[in-house]
Design a protein around this ligand. Structure first.
Ligand SMILES: [Zn+2]
Length: 142
């Protein structure tokens, strides 16, 4: 399976973890079942997997890699009511995502940076793959 997406660098203000999380994007009819990502707490390693979550955590993730789950989505964009499209676009901001920190269980991890997989690797990150999954960009990242 070929996937596409964005690397979100999450920051936990409670424990200081910098956790990379992969936001998959793709066709809505794409089977996202079993797709997930796990990262370390320094923002250096990211693993994309397509497997049963239990299998991955048991067999592959040795405790140095964990998965963050989405805690809340807060819309920040103004109501489009009464605004013409140009004004709406000017005021538009993407919704604010908060994640559960897998390192301390705080539900306050915020997105500190958003980048492409290639930018993540350029910045010194490493992406590994588990299972039948690869990135659309196609490079070997490790
Ligand atoms: Zn934390």
């Amino acid at each position: 399976m070929i996937v596409d997406g964005t690397v979100l660098l999450l920051f936990c203000s409670a424990c200081g973890a910098r956790h990379p999380n992969f936001q998959f994007s793709g066709d809505t009819d794409m089977d996202m079942d079993g797709l997930g990502s796990a990262g370390d707490r320094t923002g250096a390693r990211l693993v994309l997997f397509r497997a049963l979550r239990g299998d991955v955590e048991g067999a592959w993730l040795d405790g140095e890699l964990r998965s963050a789950s989405l805690a809340s989505v807060t819309p920040l964009a103004p109501s489009a009511k009464g605004l013409d499209f140009a004004s709406f676009r000017k005021l538009y901001r993407p919704p604010e995502l908060k994640f559960h920190c897998p390192w301390c269980d705080a539900a306050e991890m915020a997105v500190s940076r958003e980048m492409t997989p290639a930018e993540f690797v350029d910045a010194g990150g490493r992406i590994d793959f588990i299972g039948a999954i690869e990135l659309r960009e196609g490079q070997a990242f490790s």
